[in-house]
Design a protein around this ligand. Sequence first.
Ligand code: SF4
Length: 600
Amino acid sequence: MTNEMSTGKDMGESRGFSEEQKRCLEETLGGLAQLLPFAGVSADGRITASPLLAPVNLAAPAEAMLHGTPVGDLTKQEKWKLDENPLDIWEKLVAHAEAGRRPDEPDTFRFKYHGLFYVAPAQDSFMVRLRVPAGILTAHQMHGLADLASDLGGGYAHVTTRANIQIRELKPRDIVRVLVRLQELGLTSRGSGADNIRNITASPTSGFDPGELIDVRPFAKGLHHYILNHRDLYGLPRKFNIAFDGGGAVCAAADTNDIGFVACRVTRESLARRGDQPPAEPGIYFRVQLGGITGHKDFARDTGLLARPSEIVAVAAAMVRVFSENGDRTDRKKARLKYLLEKWGAEKFIEETQRRLAFPLARLPVEACEPPRPFAKHGWIGPHRQAQAGLSYVGVGLSLGRMSARQMHQVADFAAEHGSGELRLTVWQNLLIPHVPDASVGTLVRILQKLGFSMDPAAAAGGFVACTGNAGCRYSSTDTKGHAAQLARHLDKRRPGIDVPINVHFTGCPHSCAQHYCGDMGFLGTRLGDGSEGYHVVLGGGMGDEQGIAREVFRGVRAGDVPGLVSRVLDTYGRDRRAGETFVAWSRRHTVGELQELLS
Ligand code: SF4
């Protein structure tokens, strides 16, 4: 062949093919057609699957794929992400703010990458959700958030079930000012919504819990900063939750997360109990639990993996990447880690994780670790001794996580005056003031009580959790916070004589942000036949050492009838329980039919 055949331009536009070249081409393509009967050439010179029908151009670029999924099969949210990377929309945010404009549907999704939730029609405004790793805030930051809430928002904030802060009723024109003010406080809201890893949670008493195995703050913060600085850890198939439990007294709900790292102690005795030679020296490790999603009635399960503390940020990042590259991007309902684990099995997931790590993952059966300590139920309310001699932490009960700006300033002042200037948010929608000298605890508790904060672990409000509800979330069927507050007031007034802490969870839709399947009592909002608000009622759920999915006992209870029903449940438990029997144990002792009969 001559040089003239080397470019299409020369071939097509100058002299065309010589007779010899044409014969050579025909022979070659003819031979190809015989060898590969699906290959042919169409009249216009394209190489096709069939020279007659010419339906596919084999020379055309293959359809674009995202992690092995054809773009055409992706959900609309995935296409929005491809059309415009939500991390790169700063100019759009500024333009929207300048015009006071509401975002359209794709941009409503993209804005959530920046923690900005346009929550119409529930409220014609934005909510901002922060990232507060391990739930740790300084008094200075709390003051700043209080100012932000009163200057630009509705004058209040909520502590969420991810030990995080949300501020609502922000006007469209203020969204950029909100982001700038958060950054000036040393805070961020980046990646707190949409298909991203949510706030990294941790045992709220980390670093001062007398019984903890390890202080997990460095891991929660380390992973938080790793995520913020790696773009490939944004834009997952769906949201993703990670928690660290250091073995302290207050439950971090790790088993409700996609990945739960739970500290454990391995001793010579615990190894000996196993009777073999597992690859572990005595020490403190983390067990790795995977696939929790309680709204889909599943807890994270132990994988048999044992991670050294120095390894867990790398293990977490590798697991997130395996999920990102292999999770389902064609169906939002199946786009959580649980479903990849069901499709693959945990072993394949671990193998894929191992391929991304430079060190071998260790395995150890759970029985070869010391059993975990039981949690102190409602240990997040009232005063408790710290590991440091002479210091205590004081758990402050908030009403369903809500704090007015004034209350935010107050708790910040108390943390600075009586503690070290630090505050800890909990996944129970409350907060702790740590490092209070024992001599000041009594004074602080009296002041907090006088101001209306709950200090009593037996008070109903301490164990109540409620999602946003229809006052601020368009998915909600009911006013969860309003109904939960009514019930808490009813119980505190009525004092049914229950001397054990009870957790009550109200959630407005099956997304289950308040984890209704994990409370002693859970309420799932629904609309009744006549359009009024009601609840399906589940009993006997729990997390950690009480782990179990609550069972549905009643359907479609009118919201106004809930306080009466709960009184009946508690009275019946009080009469029927055995000595020392917890509410969970009592309710699980009975079948659903027996409970219905007892309570009817
Ligand atoms: Fe909204 Fe449903 Fe979450 Fe409640 S559970 S905040 S209604 S999405």
